[in-house]
Each structure stands twice: as structure tokens, then as C-alpha cells.
Design a protein around this ligand. Structure first.
Ligand SMILES: [Zn+2]
Length: 371
């Protein structure tokens, strides 16, 4: 037995404990200060992609529950989507809440009514990003002037006001506006710019954009607007967009909207699978400093009501017949999922209002809201 008197062993232990404490304390403080920040944010928005739609689409595609990439993301929450004036939101109020942190009335795009009814524009995350010199992108398989993409870059009282939405796209309030623009609505753009005495070609060229119809253009220019009237392959277009935006060392904000309305049930559910594939691919390429979020602006009246497990669901499902998947053609008011990975994603948990997504994105970037 070594002859250590009891007091001396005790004092040695205390000394050792104190030494460990002094070593550990600054390390812990340092960790707390250096909570990992996101450099980039990619917000995937499944328009009308409620839980029931995602569930049915995944089973229809894979004949397995919870087989989507979205359903493997580490952090999830349930987000209230109600509008300021209605329990069931439209895309305008739904997206305004997500990207500005303010609930508003249906049909209003990044504008909020005051007590006297006067409308005030509210600043979107994309505008904060432009102000700070980040690169920004808006990609959608819907018209580029539609409420969901427009809430990122425009402020109008009525979502139908295409003329003002196109004008504001090229007259940004912060930075030089959206750097990569990809969506549908080319004919609408022609009509809107013609009404303003110009053409989309001239207007976008004057604003410094490479302008065309082919998403392949994105790889050739850091400032590109691609407007078309037909569908495009989602994943290559989003990869090219990220390739351009990621050149900015300050980081980027990208919003990708994919239409999951199931008034055409097979079309809507196919879009769920397309976006899921896109998120899987992007998650592999985006890097550890990217916060990736998936959510919906509102849910939709699709329900799985039947189906046997021993036969592929696609063989059992006939959109014309009830009994397997039925659709009531309407937005619905229940919560939607938020799924997230990357720095700041641990804030995505529990039941939350849709406005909290804005706070989570700002906090992940380490930014404070304007007073
Ligand atoms: Zn919507």
C-alpha cells in the first residue's frame, strides 16, 4: 500500500478537480459563444404539401411507410399555418409568415395591415440577405410572380397584381435583387413588361441578367433569369443554382418552391417525390454550414383512406374512385411539418407558429431583426 495519508489524497483529488474545472470552464464558454452558425440557407417549400399528402405520396412511390428523405431529417416540428384574418391560409399569407415573421391577411404579399387598415411592407429573409451581400435565388415550378415566390422579393396588397410584382422583381429594395430567378410564367412576363412599354428581354438585360428559357443558362452566369411556360427537370436546375450561389464567400439564401397541390392527385404526389429527391441530392452537396429546411405553406384535403399492404398501392389506386386516396379540393387548416438539418436546425421542434421559421433562419445566420 502506498503511504498516502488520507488528507493528502483528498487534497490531490481536489487540486485535480480544480485543474479540470479551470480547463473545462473556458472551453465550455467558448463552445457556447461559437454555436455553429449557418452560412447558407435553403428553404424547400412544398406548396400545399401537408403531412397527409407527403404520407400518401411516399407510400405510393415506395410501398413503405416513412421512406422519404424528408422523413429521415433529424429535426421536425409542426407549424400552425393560420392567416391573420382566416383559419385557413392561402399561399400569400402563408409564405409571408414564413419569410418575414409576420402573419398577414390572405392575398397580401409581404405586407401587413396596421390598426387603421394602412398596409406596411415587411422585410423578407431574402431582403436581409441581399442587404448583407449574400447571393440569393428563387426557384419554382409555378409562375415566378405567384404568391409563394413573390413573398421573397415583392410587397403588394393583392397577389394578383402581376405588373407590380414583375416591376419590383427588377427594382429591389435591398442589394441588387434576386440573383438567380427560375420559374414559369414567361407569357405573363411578356404581357406585364409589354404593358409597361418594354419587353422582358430588355428589362432583364438592363438589370444585368442573362435572360432565357433554358435552365442550362444558370451555369453560365451568376445573375440569371430563366422564365418558361413548361416544366423543367428539378434536380439539375437546383444543382446549377446552388453551384452559382455558393461562389459567394458570404453565403446564400435559396428558396425552392415545388407545387404539391393535389387537385390533380397524381401530379401533386409526383411533385412530392421530385422535391424529396431534390432535397436528398442537395443535402449531400450543400456542406455542413448549410441550414436545410422543408415545410409547407398550408395543408390540403388529401387523405389516404384504404389500401392493402400485399399489393403495390399504385395498382390499387384509381384517382376516379374513392376508397384508397380521396381528395377534397381545398386548402386545409391543420399544422404542417417542418423538417430540418444543419446549423440551427435543433430549434425546429414541438408545435410552433409558422412565423417562428423566420426567427429560426435569422438566428441560424446570427442576424438580428431591424427594430
Ligand atoms: Zn400555397
Amino acid at each position: 500500500m502506498p503511504a498516502f495519508p488520507a488528507f493528502s489524497l483528498r487534497s490531490m483529488l481536489l487540486t485535480a478537480a480544480a485543474a479540470i474545472a479551470t480547463m473545462a470552464a473556458p472551453a465550455q464558454a467558448k463552445e457556447a459563444k461559437q454555436a455553429p452558425k449557418a452560412r447558407n440557407i435553403i428553404l424547400f417549400l412544398g406548396d400545399a404539401g401537408g403531412v397527409s399528402t407527403i404520407n400518401a405520396a411516399g407510400i405510393l412511390a415506395h410501398d413503405k411507410p416513412q421512406s422519404l428523405f424528408i422523413q429521415s431529417m433529424p429535426h421536425v416540428a409542426l407549424s400552425d399555418t393560420s392567416a391573420l384574418d382566416k383559419w385557413v391560409t392561402d399561399s400569400a399569407a402563408g409564405m409571408t409568415a414564413i419569410v418575414t415573421g409576420h402573419k398577414t391577411n390572405n392575398a397580401m404579399v409581404s405586407m401587413v395591415p396596421g390598426p387603421d387598415g394602412a398596409l406596411t411592407p415587411v422585410k423578407s429573409l431574402l431582403e436581409y440577405a441581399e442587404q448583407r451581400g449574400l447571393s440569393t435565388g428563387v426557384v419554382t415550378n409555378k409562375p415566378i410572380w405567384d404568391a409563394t415566390p413573390a413573398a421573397n422579393y415583392a410587397h403588394v396588397a393583392a397577389r394578383s397584381n402581376k405588373g407590380d410584382i414583375f416591376a419590383q422583381m427588377l427594382k429591389p429594395r435591398f442589394g441588387n435583387g434576386v440573383d438567380i430567378i427560375l420559374g414559369k410564367g414567361r407569357k405573363d412576363a411578356v404581357a406585364a413588361f409589354n404593358a409597361a412599354g418594354t419587353t422582358p428581354e430588355k428589362a432583364f438585360a438592363t438589370a444585368g441578367y442573362a435572360f432565357g428559357e433554358d435552365p442550362a443558362l444558370i451555369a453560365t452566369s451568376p445573375r440569371t433569369a430563366v422564365l418558361r411556360d413548361s416544366d423543367f427537370a428539378p434536380t439539375p436546375a437546383v444543382e446549377a443554382t446552388i453551384g452559382q450561389l455558393a461562389r459567394n464567400p458570404k453565403g446564400y439564401f435559396l428558396m425552392v418552391e415545388w407545387d404539391m397541390h393535389t387537385d390533380d392527385p397524381l401530379g401533386g404526389m409526383r411533385h412530392v417525390i421530385e422535391m424529396d429527391d431534390m432535397i436528398r441530392r442537395v443535402s449531400a452537396m450543400a456542406g455542413p454550414d448549410t441550414l436545410i429546411l422543408f415545410t409547407a405553406d398550408h395543408s390540403f384535403g388529401l387523405r389516404m383512406t384504404g389500401g392493402k399492404r400485399d399489393t403495390p398501392l399504385a395498382q390499387q389506386y384509381d384517382p376516379a374512385k374513392p376508397g384508397v386516396i380521396s381528395v377534397e379540393d381545398s386548402h386545409t387548416g391543420e399544422e404542417v411539418i417542418v423538417a430540418a438539418s444543419g446549423p440551427g436546425s435543433d430549434q425546429v421542434h414541438g408545435f410552433m407558429p409558422n412565423t417562428r421559421l423566420f426567427d429560426i433562419m435569422m438566428s441560424a445566420l446570427g442576424w438580428k431583426k431591424d427594430k
